[in-house]
Design a protein around this ligand. Structure first.
Ligand SMILES: NC(=O)c1ccc[n+]([C@@H]2O[C@H](COP(=O)([O-])OP(=O)(O)OC[C@H]3O[C@@H](n4cnc5c(N)ncnc54)[C@H](OP(=O)(O)O)[C@@H]3O)[C@@H](O)[C@H]2O)c1
Length: 185
């Protein structure tokens, strides 16, 4: 049994991650909110695994960098919930995309540069989740992926999982726009 902490554990994806992990592990739902990174680290520093799920401006990146600095030589795991929008896209604003791409970039960088690295860092980059039937992944599926990652042997680092519904990207974006338009009408 591992001690696993998560931000945004009450949200669409977070609640499914919690559901998939809580049978086998001790879950810590982080109380403190971003951008209060030092306070969050105070709550999670003694955990084995941290799920960096909640997004708030640059807070997710700050938290990743500071926690990695603390955990880098330890046998720990950080799982980032990134986004398909880490790659160029037309769906979401520049800040969101740049934040998600920075999460991937930082994680790749420490893998190359840090000779003392022991802490594993995995990033899941999902496409649309749970919003439009027929073109979205279910939040439960993301929960399954996180549970699988957590159960990998300690010598295995899964760097990145890019995962989307098979529906073509432009079709998904058109449906998303229509749904947003209808909900405004
Ligand atoms: N849904 C998608 O289609 C999708 C696709 C790709 C990636 N993602 C990523 O998946 C992650 C979770 O998204 P979601 O769709 O599950 O969002 P969500 O349903 O809106 O849930 C967000 C969660 O984060 C918490 N939260 C919000 N602001 C926070 C803050 N400043 N500090 C700490 N916690 C905060 C919320 O708590 P409160 O309700 O109390 O505010 C809630 O528990 C995000 O990183 C998002 O970028 C989502």
């Amino acid at each position: 049994m591992k001690k696993i902490s998560i931000t945004g554990g009450s949200g669409l994806i977070g609640s499914e991650i919690v559901r998939h992990l809580s049978l086998d592990h001790q879950l810590v739902l982080v109380n403190e909110r971003l951008p209060h990174v030092d306070e969050i680290i105070n709550e999670i520093h003694d955990c084995d695994v941290f799920i960096n799920n909640a997004m708030h401006k640059w807070g997710q990146v700050d938290l990743l960098m500071k926690l990695y600095d603390l955990w880098r030589t330890e046998d720990k795991l950080i799982v980032n919930i990134g986004s398909r929008a880490a790659a160029p896209n037309i769906s979401i604003g520049y800040e969101y995309s740049t934040v998600k791409s920075s999460i991937n970039h930082f994680s790749d960088l420490v893998r190359f540069k840090d000779d003392a690295k022991k802490c594993r860092v995995s990033t899941i980059n999902p496409g649309l989740v749970g919003k439009i039937d027929g073109v979205s992944l279910t939040p439960s599926y993301i929960g399954e992926i996180v549970a699988w990652l957590v159960n990998q042997p300690k010598y295995v680092e899964i760097s990145r999982i890019d995962v989307s519904h098979v529906a073509p990207y432009e079709q998904v974006q058109r449906m998303k726009k229509n749904t947003q338009k209808q909900s405004k009408e």
